[in-house]
Design a protein around this ligand. Structure first.
Ligand code: TMP
Length: 213
């Protein structure tokens, strides 16, 4: 028997780590078993937050650096999108005891903006304190990947975004930050998702089912 309880699961990792693929796999499996599950993403997830996503991701394509957002503008936009998402989708769904799967969440802000760009952690923590409410992940899957494999996966994509052009060194740095964050608490599950097998999706599914029992 499964208990009816809210569950907030986030997926984190660099581009090409296969997290969006794994989210969808888990979503489909839980849906098939008739669990009340929703799949969402950050930045985005609601109409307003998706509009902010477009603004953020478009910004990178400005050739002249002077026209690009400053790191605090960028961070505030991610946080603004998060506020919309948490208030209008994540928390209402958790209140209805749904399972919420989210492709990226707060750890992406720590890995990319705080560690990657040098935005002050206290700044992000302060805003989170005011906007998250009950939106605290119960489980976070961090998908690790060999850099050469991540780049292969990125190159196969039709749609590119701002980070798709960053160097291998940048991705390596961000991945190391993710791993550092993930080693701090028990709710993190670090999985190597370099191989294109169904091993990762099985581990993820079993972990979630165990939590629901
Ligand atoms: P993705 O959803 O296709 O993975 O891409 C979204 C991009 O946004 C990705 O490059 C990581 C970036 N991002 C941040 O830099 N900070 C954040 O807080 C979030 C949620 C995403």
């Amino acid at each position: 028997m499964y208990k009816k309880k809210s569950l907030f699961i986030t997926f984190e990792g660099i581009e090409g780590s296969g997290k969006s693929y794994q989210c969808q796999k888990l979503y489909k499996k839980l849906k098939k078993k008739k669990f009340p599950v929703i799949l969402t993403r950050e930045p985005g997830g609601t109409l307003g937050a998706e509009k902010i996503r477009d603004i953020i991701l478009q910004d990178y394509f400005y050739k002249n650096k002077k026209n690009q957002f400053g790191k605090y503008t960028d961070t505030l936009l991610y946080l603004a999108a998060r506020n919309e998402h948490v208030e209008n989708k994540i928390n209402p769904s958790l209140s209805k005891k749904k399972i919420v799967l989210c492709d990226r969440f707060i750890d992406s802000t720590f890995a990319y903006q705080v560690y990657g760009k040098g935005v002050k952690k206290e700044f992000v923590d302060y805003i989170h304190k005011h906007i998250l409410g009950k939106a605290k992940p119960n489980i976070t899957f961090l998908l690790k990947v060999k850099l050469s494999k991540a780049i292969k996966r990125i190159k196969k994509r039709k749609k590119r975004n701002r980070y798709d052009k960053f160097s291998k060194a940048f991705y390596q740095k961000v991945q190391n930050y993710f791993i550092r964050i993930a080693k701090t608490k028990k709710k993190y599950v670090i999985l190597d998702n370099t191989k294109d097998t169904d091993e990762t999706e099985k581990i993820i599914y079993n972990k979630v089912i165990k939590y629901l029992k």
